[in-house]
Design a protein around this ligand. Sequence first.
Ligand SMILES: Nc1ncnc2c1ncn2[C@@H]1O[C@H](COP(=O)(O)OP(=O)(O)OP(=O)(O)O)[C@@H](O)[C@H]1O
Ligand SMILES: Cc1ncsc1CCO
Ligand SMILES: [Mg+2]
Length: 267
Amino acid sequence: MQTKTTPGAMLKAMREKPPLVQCITNYVAMNIAANVLLAAGASPAMVHAAEEAGEFAGIASALTINIGTLSTQWIDGMQAAAKTAASAGKPWVLDPVAHYATAFRRNAVADLLALHPTIIRGNASEIIALAGGESRGQGVDSRDPVEQAEGSARWLAERQRAVVAVTGAVDFVTDGERAVRIEGGSALMPQVTALGCSLTCLVGAFAATAPEDIFGATVAALSTFAIAGEDATLGAAGPGSFSWRFLDALAALDAETLDARARISAA
Ligand SMILES: Nc1ncnc2c1ncn2[C@@H]1O[C@H](COP(=O)(O)OP(=O)(O)OP(=O)(O)O)[C@@H](O)[C@H]1O
Ligand SMILES: Cc1ncsc1CCO
Ligand SMILES: [Mg+2]
């Protein structure tokens, strides 16, 4: 059996056997997130209706849930899908977009946390607030440095028994015991909407490929974004050209390059 011990090996394995990933994401993210998964080598399906989301989770290899553009009907679909994934032992990822902003979002996230997400991916403001801290987030945008969220992430990972990924200028990943920082990316990334949401879907794709190593899979997804982000910056005139260059860079990234350039350090 092939070993999937490095980000590059996981990327290669994903492309050899593209996993079906059910992405319940927001209206803003749907298109770019699906294109990100295709460029990276996975098979996305944006399936959220309450009538079918639970059934679909039974055939997908991983599930991702993002509360960006929430409504009551969507919550029913999210709950059904998360219950199926959890009871089947399939990895599922929670992206708690701006959960601190309203009671509706806070309650939805509390109910989803009770279904034990395998991975939680958010920006620094979201992770600080999930751990009960004072965040400075404004709507969906983070206003806090990742360093400030590291303690919150460790606490949340222990409490939820989940891998927690905090993204920003330097990303941070922990399972409560181990922790790493990942450097790379581009200051243009937060200028393009829904790249974080797309990353959440890619984390699901890597988790589907390496369910035996959820921490490693999360690190691999973030490293893939970090290197593709660096490559897309070259020649980009601004967020517009960065956006399409980013898809091209993801598709062009190979396993060897990823392993040679990923900057992952113990934290
Ligand atoms: N200043 C930065 N420099 C380098 N990379 C960055 C920077 N800010 C964000 N990134 C990268 O952008 C990607 C998305 O992370 P971000 O924290 O912006 O997500 P987000 O706030 O949830 O985004 P959204 O809600 O718009 O989807 C990650 O790969 C992250 O490493
Ligand atoms: C802009 C925006 N609004 C709700 S979700 C979303 C995408 C980035 O999180
Ligand atoms: Mg976000």
